[in-house]
Ligand binder design. Structure first.
Ligand code: 5GP
Length: 144
């Protein structure tokens, strides 16, 4: 039996199926293998606090499947699931407790920034699609 060329393996890593791929860090959160502050969950989507917040409110909304590496793949492969991610983002942005900073400052309900990093060159580090939900005195002309 001949081994698959290394270059072929690397080339297909990003498009591996859920069964073949190592669980992503977010799949491990979904499976409760590693802790996270989970704020909302549906059958298909989970939302939790970002471990290293870049804004006073910084949550992640993540499809439970790791089948899609980024929002482009998700939009093409399952637009209904993308709509559910946006709906969950909107729901959590309507939760007054979540729209409050750690020192108690309250931010406008239902107003949030939704960011999907797509690609290493723009800072994507986890290749399991996720939306950053950010709020709290964010200024026009700045992205964080
Ligand atoms: P990306 O840079 O891929 O768009 O965003 C990945 C985000 O996941 C980062 O904001 C990072 O702080 C967050 N993150 C990475 N590892 C963990 C973790 O183990 N737990 C939580 N809650 N967030 C994480």
């Amino acid at each position: 039996m001949t081994a698959e060329p290394v270059s072929g393996v690397i080339g297909t890593m990003r498009s591996m199926t859920t069964e073949q791929a190592e669980p992503s860090i977010f799949t491990r959160i979904v499976q409760r293998e590693i802790p996270a502050t989970i704020v909302h969950e549906t059958a298909n989507v989970i939302a939790f606090q970002d471990i290293a917040p870049k804004a006073p409110v910084h949550l992640l909304v993540v499809p439970k499947t790791q089948e899609y590496a980024n929002v482009v793949e998700l939009a093409a492969g399952n637009p209904g699931l993308l709509a559910e991610v946006v709906d969950v983002a909107n729901r959590i942005a309507h939760d007054p407790e979540l729209m409050t900073s750690s020192d108690g400052e309250k931010f406008p309900i239902g107003q949030f920034r939704l960011i999907f990093n797509t690609g290493e060159a723009v800072g994507q580090t986890v290749f399991h699609v996720h939306a950053h939900v950010m709020a709290g005195n964010l200024q026009e002309g700045s992205l964080a």
